[in-house]
Design a protein around this ligand. Sequence first.
Ligand SMILES: C[S@@+](CC[C@H](N)C(=O)[O-])C[C@H]1O[C@@H](n2cnc3c(N)ncnc32)[C@H](O)[C@@H]1O
Length: 394
Amino acid sequence: MLAQLSSTLGSLQLPLRISLAGGGSFDLGPDPRVTLEIQDPTLLQELTSPTLDKLGEAFIQQRLNIRGAIMDVIAVADRLSKSLLGDAPENAPQRSAHDKQTDADAIAYHYDLSNDFYALWLDPEMVYSCGYFHAPTDSLAKAQIQKLDHLCRKLRLKPGERLLDVGCGWGGLARHAAREYGVSVYGITLSKAQLQLGRERVQAQGLHGQVQLELQDYRDLKGQGQFDKVVSVGMFEHVGHANLNRYFAILHDQVKPGGLVMNHGITAKHTDGRQVGRGAGQFIGRYVFPHGELPHLAMAVSSMSDQGLEVVDVESLRLHYARTLEHWSANLEAQLERASQYVDDRALRIWRLYLAGCAYGFARNWMNIHQILAVKPLKNGQHHLPWTRADLYR
Ligand SMILES: C[S@@+](CC[C@H](N)C(=O)[O-])C[C@H]1O[C@@H](n2cnc3c(N)ncnc32)[C@H](O)[C@@H]1O
């Protein structure tokens, strides 16, 4: 089988070595930077049609080990996959039902993994979304603070205002907005682990009079027009296409007339939301973000508009997310031994592939990320936004 595979793959000229655990190896090109060590010989047959989800799955099942820098592994695996499978478009994905219990389970699976594990590779504020790099050499910590400021400035936060943070994570934005902009913040998450650490940090920083974090589903938010501003960062990827109108209707209801809503989230490349990446999206859906769904920007804007939110500003941060994920991946790769004290081997393999793979995917336009700012117009149709964006950059 190895000889047969060698003749099928030998012409690809990839910097890849394939070796069998029992002995034997062949190189697909000169100077192999990456080695795939086949632990299970039945995998050899599957290598003739190597989708990225199949390769990823073999890795997490320990049927395959990898040697080489993780970013090289992803790049070589993609070239292998592309050479043999081409770039045929994927089918439109199946949509999930998204009731409260499924969503709570999906969030617990990802975010309750281990606070210590996340703290190893996120920035000190534990912001788990795309940073904002003024220069590509900015550190991750700097880029995350710049991102928090970018959001707060776009929201034109003023002292004394009330901000709702939907999907607040470990509370980094809530604390920053309270401390630096003098607002009071109500943040919600579905993750118990996030809530616990987020609350501890609020207490430790003496912000408990200003910041309230709760375990709450966005569908359980009560009342109307209680907040001057609403922000949602890296959360609407969990909402699902079927619930998008309901989600934006809730954000609309929560904000006062004249108030601003910022939705910052990952968006699909194609307008019908079909995935790209020869199985990479399926891998993420199965092992990283169960029930995650990416709407296209057009779908998000259309849904916001239908719910009475007037879109006033849109910014793509795609390359910023590629850079952010490069930092996260490099931080994790540098501490694999410590990471293995916090999560099991399977989770560690999944998260290694996910971080490096998403860095690769954002850099190649497999998906995008947009900050969409909207206003809920006053009854007379007016709003009080500045005439230009100049105030954002002063
Ligand atoms: C990628 S994290 C982003 C966290 C934070 N906004 C940040 O930028 O660091 C997504 C967040 O959305 C929250 N979330 C997802 N679905 C939710 C739901 N149905 N209701 C409330 N929060 C939800 C998760 O609990 C998590 O805190």
